[in-house]
Design a protein. Sequence first.
Length: 255
Amino acid sequence: MARKSLVGEVADDLLDRIVAGEFPPGALVPGELELSAQHEVSRMTVREAMKTLEAQRILSVQRGRGTFVNPVDRWNSLEALLRAAQAQVGNDAAAIQLIELRRMLETGASALAAPRMTEAYVAALRGHVAAMRAAHERGSLEEFVAADLAFHDTILEASGNVFLTAVFQPLHRVLEARRTETSKVAAIQEHAIRMHEAVLAALETRDSRSARDAMDAHMTQTLDDLVTYVQDQPAPGQSGQGLPAPDEGRDAVAS
């Protein structure tokens, strides 16, 4: 466990340097000897850290030339992408982009799940909403977030689409951290409970359009709450902003 943790620390540090612009896309990263000296660790530890980033397609090895940083649009780690987005466009814009992604995935999942709703799924969703309400009344943030995530996971399961579930799975850890941040606000919890109740009611009708519309309204409320209660100031147009082109390098880092 200690060795894995050390590997993770080296990988995280190098990723931090990459997203900060020290090593922009296409740049050659330091070799094993240099990194092992910087971190005072073995070359084996550095090699494993590099393999971790290579597996996430953040780095690519070119034989005889060295290890290079890939363009952001080739990365396959959502957590790394979030860190890059936060560095390049700012935390607020990155949060909006996450909601945009959720809107696309979860409205479709709700539409699929509606006609496939069983009484067992409905009962599970009711239980999650009840757990959210109870956690809100007790002031338990951790339990509130857990019930919130479980509600959405149940809808994904009810959709019956294994590909959708697999695509959404990497979002779970990122969303848990984001939910914990936003759900600290009591008003946001109250809005979330109300919107989850509306989504549940729509799913109970087994009507795909109603379920999609209810989830879309939930995402709109989530975005409004983010801008109103969490962000320092509204993002222009609330439309989100794309990541800079991969070759923009250091100039892409937000001020």
